[in-house]
Design a binder for this molecule. Structure first.
Ligand code: FES
Length: 202
């Protein structure tokens, strides 16, 4: 499990913009007054979206105040879920899964590609300031291991060459289409096989 890096450069203030204030009001109405804390993940998601995909510490205090929670309670949520970032990330943010199914399918080679082309250490932004990467636990796509997530999309059935091709493209500010590198449709079998009978005759 990777420990989250916290940015040394923290803004002094954070407030929701007008659009997110409206969304906050809508969200909070879904819960009884005494259960406002249930909205914590939704509010943190709004913070991250507003703040270039990372959450400053001052925003944790802001959310805690809005929901009448303690700073530590909100901090615990932020640090528990890998989808929340506590340090700035690149325009293209790569999360490489290195949990067992991906690991036994060589996810280490994908990590090595990230180290070679993006930055030696995780959570550092590439020299051209466009991309960063990190290691994460299972992203729920073990059936297409090894895989990585770039922003909101999954890139699956990878190997070293394919990962290299994708990363070189995003460093050129071009995002390749997501999905299986072996052209599988979702997680269906290869060669368009759909029934056991077809497997038998294949
Ligand atoms: S182990 Fe990598 S997606 Fe599940």
């Amino acid at each position: 499990m990777t420990i989250k890096k916290i940015s040394k450069h923290q803004p002094e203030t954070f407030e929701f913009n007008e659009e997110n204030l409206i969304l906050f009001q809508k969200e909070i109405k879904k819960y009884p007054e005494t259960k406002k804390a249930s909205a914590v993940i939704s509010l943190l998601y709004l913070v991250q979206k507003q703040n270039n995909n990372w959450i400053p510490l001052i925003a944790i205090k802001y959310v805690a105040k809005l929901l009448s929670m303690s700073y530590m309670q909100v901090y615990e949520v932020v640090t528990f879920y890998s989808m929340f970032n506590l340090t700035p990330v690149g325009k293209y943010f790569i999360q490489v899964c290195t949990t067992t199914p991906c690991m036994i399918r060589d996810s280490k080679k994908i990590v090595d590609v990230c180290k070679k082309y993006i930055s030696e250490k995780p959570d550092q932004i590439s020299e051209n300031k466009i991309c960063s990467w990190t290691e994460v636990e299972c992203l729920g796509s073990c059936v297409s291991a090894p895989m990585m997530q770039i922003n909101s999309d999954y890139y699956e059935d990878l190997d070293e060459e394919k990962a290299e091709e994708i990363i070189k493209n995003i460093l050129d500010d071009k995002l390749p289409p997501p999905g299986s590198a072996r052209n599988r449709k979702n997680t269906s079998p290869e060669n368009a096989r759909t029934t056991l009978l077809e497997v038998k005759n294949a």
